[in-house]
Ligand binder design. Sequence first.
Ligand code: MIG
Length: 711
Amino acid sequence: MQSFKLKEEIEGFEFGTPMDTEIILEKGSPAKISFNEKITLGKTTTLAFDLKPSDRIYGLGEHLGSINRRGRRFRSYCRDEANHTEDKFELYGAHNFFIHVKDHEQIGWFIDFPGEVVYDIGFEKEELFEIKILGRDFRIIKIPGSSIEEIVSRFLQMIGKAYIPPKWAFGYFQSRWGYKDLEEIKEVYETFKTEDIPLDGIYLDLDYMEDFKNFTVSEKRFPEFKEFVENLKNNGVYLVPIIDAGIKIEADYNIYEEGIAGKHFCLNAQGDPYVAAVWPGKVHFPDFLQPKTRQWFGEKYKYLTDLGIEGVWNDMNEPAIFYDEKSLEEAVDLAAASRGKNLNVHKFFELKDTFADLLNDESYHQRFYHNVEGKRHLHREVHNLYGDYMTRAANGGLRRHLNKRFLLISRASSIGMHRYGGIWTGDNASWWTHLEENIRMMPSINMCGFYYIGADTGGFGGQCSGELLTRWFQFSAFTPLLRNHSALDTRDQEPYAFSNEVLNNSRSVIKGRYRLIPYLYSTYMKAVEDYKLFFKPLAFEYMEGYEEIEDQLFIGEEIMLAPIYKKNQSRRLVNLPEEMALISLTEKTTDITLAPKGPQVMEYDLNHLRFFLRPNKMMPLGKPAENVKNLSVDELEILAFIKDRGEYLYYDDDGISLSSESKHLMKITVSRCGENYEIDVENPLPQLQIIKFKIVDPKGCLQNIRYRVNV
Ligand code: MIG
């Protein structure tokens, strides 16, 4: 099973081979073991590693908890987890890649397996790291390397190039479950305009569909949809509709009829399409593991692209199941049997939980099957591929229909899906702890191949405060995917739904984000191309004494973030592993001063973006704009902290083509000679005229230099 996953070739995608890696176990073959691991083979395969007190474990992707995974349990089994409390050990992704760091040695492991894998990393027993793979049909790849970053890079090379969204996907997106009709969407769009907040798109949640049917648009609530989509696009704003995994069972509904006729649905033990229930009531699930079904489902996205749509989010694709026919019947019977009874406490709680427990009960996974190359596979055995393969289907279709880049994110994922789309981290809540989780989760997900990532800014569930929203913006301003989204019936969460002060601060921070786009986009493109991390924990650079810091992150090679993630705090402790320049941005102002190595308390206004620039590094900044379409191209600002000499490679392209023909690399070199600087700009961007340098030296002296290009 695992091998088709790695070897599968999809049109147009570059896919590496596991060079320099050692396959230590294949289909239960005898193991070659190093590092004293004990491997037991049975139906469940258990791998055990010794943990020394100083050992650290990184990776496993989308999970709660610290970046160093030690001391926790995790389960790789994609789950629609609606409540991300601290005790939860599975979310929507299954990302079986981790790095074991022992003193100055490190080793990477990738478990290529589509079923359940459970990790106990020194939780039950502090010195034991135990992995249970629930099956035999897996392969384990061991990835050596002389540093953590080298292992990550090798792994990224092995799993292949990541998905590249259009440049407009780096803008600000507004979303809400419950924007009920086109009028409301229009109002959101217009309010962003009148309040002068940049906007690149609005997500459409299931409210736009007719009876929760995929590939339909409610004519009543969204009349003249196509004109609306085009009109917004002409103004640089994209609509991004949701697509769910389940297909409503309804006679004459074309998708349902075609699915039946083409044998595209997952089957039950009797060989009939399996019936589950989600949003539309009873549904069938497309069997995305069949190539013909991916092809077919991908074609369906044409309905949306014909309406002018260029971005989609795939939801509920773990797949989430509210109930199935059998479970609902049993629950109803149990409830009926208690009629007229005198229920004791146990019986009462059993009854109370009966219906709640129907939601996403995993026994459903034993009741339906996939067809993989003519062989029947129980869903339970291949569960983690479902959302991944739905996204492959969507990617294939969107590529064919649009023949240019598109925005595509998925909720469920497994390793390999990063080539086809990004992910958002699902149903978090408007809690301060979830802002912290967002910060810690980004590098772990990035290590597993995903770059176009971000959380629901402001929090999905629960009630967001203006302060939390602003602080969250200050972090999300640096995540490739920046989307403010919240659940039905929660408090309005648009930046203008709070006080004037919150509005002004949010505007300033969001405009700051648009100033960062040249840096973020360039970093994204280079990181994907060079198999490097976009988000990097401090521990990955081995700066002695800084390994435990998990609330500061490097973004690309040049900058470090240290966001505020606690309530009522205007300052926090930042521990600088080296001397850096402190950058403070608003919509219009740019400040640059020096910050010494070591711990210090930093002030954080609510209307600023504040971060650190590393020594002998520089970064580009643009001007704020209404949206990405309107970003200026004639002028750039370059911030630099130069001790002696720095180089920066600025990556840009047309932001939309699939091919890299428009790719342009501009190389900027700044060297210090005494009090002056020598500046060299190689291969300048064609439309660029002015670069405004702001250069700080180790004494803190700032020089502003206007540099004319293309003269
Ligand atoms: O059962 O479409 O994670 O972003 O707003 C909830 C409604 C289904 C879950 C997604 C969320 C979305 C919501 N969906």
